[in-house]
Ligand binder design. Sequence first.
Ligand code: SAH
Length: 397
Amino acid sequence: MGKEVNVTLNSKVLGKIKKGYPLLMKDSVTKMGNLEEGTILRLTDQQKQFVARGYYGKQNKGIGWVVSWKEKETINQAFIERKLKAAIQQRLHFYQSEDTTAFRVFNGEGDGFGGFTIDYFNGYYLIQWYSKGIYQFKEEIIASLKKLVDYKGIYQKKRFAQEGKYVEEDDFVAGKKAEFPLLVKENGVQFAIYLNEGAMVGVFLDQREVRKLIRDKYANGKRVLNTFSYTGAFSVFAASGGASHTTSVDLANRSLSKTIENFSINGIDYEAQDIIVEDVFNYFKFARKKELKFDMVVLDPPSFARSKKHTFSAAKDYKDLLKDTIAITEDNGVIVASTNCSTFDMKKFKGFIDTAFKESNGRYKLMEEFSLPEDFKTINQFKQGDYLKVVFIKKIK
Ligand code: SAH
């Protein structure tokens, strides 16, 4: 673990940090020299009075995380163990569930230590490191995890810039290696997980409740279009809920075999479904030309995406994506609009929806609303941490 240095907080952020805001930005501190990633920061006010402790680790956003507000508290393995233990305690009902064997165990700053997450996949643990700085705590974090849980194996992903290529061997940490696909369950539905193929492992666990509601309340008898479908998770839940037909569209070649696999392990005939490898924006054009209509459309694009012909940015282009969708949605059909973009909030997202319907001369009713599920724990002091926004919208005549 890194050594400790004194750093002065900028008076502008002092109040916020004192109240528990955990993210350190470049301009949160004054005159910080060249520090090594993982250095522990003893944060003080201008009068050198202790305020909090954090660590230096450059991420997408920010230069580190505040983790303790008690002067006497040392950031060591015991500290990390306490955080992990509390997180595990709060997820005991997930561990006890037979229907769901994949969930988030530790959600970074939401569980008191920003920069890493831990997910559980049917006996295996996956740690994701988001900066070189947090990776300096690797030994303490892994030792704590080993002490606190029974595990078959532990895997990791380095989600920070690295030199060289992705090396599969780098991902395995301890225990025994899993055989892939590793099968997990979510509310009784199976998913094929690969912890050895790069950043995306096969499912986004934060959509669990959305998938369940689609299956239990919305899918029966419906023609469902799942765009940006990845491994087809929404399609599999829709089909399990009695959808008359599903169409999955994703640009990535891998999505075809992975979606077939997810249908198959759930006993659903994939040949009765459409799985299309194509740019969603082309598919919309095709669907309009052929006058195809759907009773339900799932929209879950990445925040940013670049294909050959298109650059998509959720903040700029979500409204137009909705307009394309409205055009191929049946009256009384439902659009599930989702985004994980953290640069705008729910209010703004609902604004995009409203404008899209106005510009389409359509009317709508908001049916359901979701943010992150409880295992993706967030804190009030850090609203951006709750990045997920999902709205079920009924198109009415
Ligand atoms: N909705 C999925 C997750 C989406 S991840 C789920 O819940 O599991 C984002 C996906 O969008 C990736 O699989 C990527 O291949 C796909 N994608 C990105 N740009 C695309 C485009 N223009 N057309 C189709 N798919 C695209």
